[in-house]
Design a protein around this ligand. Structure first.
Ligand code: ADP
Ligand code: MG
Length: 277
């Protein structure tokens, strides 16, 4: 084999919820960091024009950088746009504001729902052919925009599974059925691999009885789909992005960091069960 390692297909997880501010980006960054910390090779693809995943990883979003937009448009490969995050084994395909126009531009081009999926496949094929394992990711996390637009559809078509962050607040379940219907439609028509891997309760506040009640209701309604690990509301989590760091690097002892470490091991466990089944 000339020292070449076989490149297996990465697990591609879309972090999606069409509601904004529920913890998608925070989850992508910190789950990615926790997975990288235990030896996984991780790529986060930022699909939100806001670019919070990119900036939260300390990546300078200069106006002229190559981004996930160029990958979707076929003007660049993933390898062309990927930047290292400064965290070992964690890379990011940043976003730029160009993504704001991508919805319209995608609408009229060939394979508009599979642009990202095709790009991921091409990257993995090149990694396998050249034996160059710099881009041989074991996990790819897709940070989706707060919408069910073509960017999110591209993520769902590229993904093996969806992770759904759900904020522990009164309207938590509102909009979830719409997301589930979209996932179902994508599975039927576009990507038969797709499954809902799990719902992550975020911004849980132990001192707030409403938060507790919502968590209970969601578990009753969705059963095992919900991860045991809940991400607590934690000020350290919200401070970290302004330093361009995952909370796991900013303060690895805080409750938020500890929760993301537990979530990563729960996800790895669930992944193994799914792959064995
Ligand atoms: P989304 O990507 O779904 O829009 P974000 O991950 O950007 O959501 O989170 C929205 C806001 O809430 C951000 O300012 C983020 O720092 C903050 N936040 C996310 N998770 C937590 C948490 N567990 N505790 C405190 N603040 C949080
Ligand atoms: Mg976000």
């Amino acid at each position: 084999l000339n020292g070449r390692k076989p490149v297996s297909r990465p697990r591609v997880l879309a972090v999606a919820n069409q509601k904004g501010g529920v913890g998608k980006t925070t989850t992508a960054i910190n789950l990615g960091t926790a997975l990288a910390a235990v030896g996984e090779q991780v790529l986060i693809i930022d699909l939100d024009p806001q670019g919070n995943a990119s900036t939260g990883l300390g990546i300078d979003r200069a106006a002229n950088i190559a981004s996930s937009y160029h990958v979707l448009m076929g003007d660049a490969t993933l390898e062309d746009v990927v930047v290292q995050s400064g965290i070992p084994r964690l890379a990011c395909a940043p976003s730029t504001m160009d993504l704001l126009g991508a919805e319209l531009e995608l609408a009229s081009i060939d394979r508009r729902t599979h642009r990202l999926s095709d790009a991921v496949d091409a990257t993995m094929a090149r990694a396998a052919a050249t034996g160059d394992d710099r881009h041989a990711y074991s996990y790819i996390l897709l940070d989706c925009p707060p919408s069910l637009n073509l960017l999110t559809i591209n993520a769902l078509c590229a993904a093996d599974a969806v992770l759904v962050p759900l904020q522990c607040e009164f309207f938590a379940l509102e909009g979830l059925s719409q997301l589930m219907r979209t996932v179902e439609r994508v599975r039927t028509n576009l990507n038969s691999r797709l499954e809902i891997q799990g719902v992550i309760l975020t911004m849980f506040d132990r001192r707030n009885s409403l938060s507790e009640q919502v968590a209970q209701d969601v578990r009753e309604f969705l059963g095992d789909t919900v991860y045991e690990t809940m991400i607590p509301r934690n000020v350290r989590v919200s401070e970290a992005p302004s330093y361009g760091k995952p909370v796991l690097l900013y303060d690895n002892k805080c409750a938020g960091s500890q929760a993301y470490i537990r979530l990563a091991s729960e996800i790895i466990r669930r992944e193994r069960q799914l792959c064995a089944a």
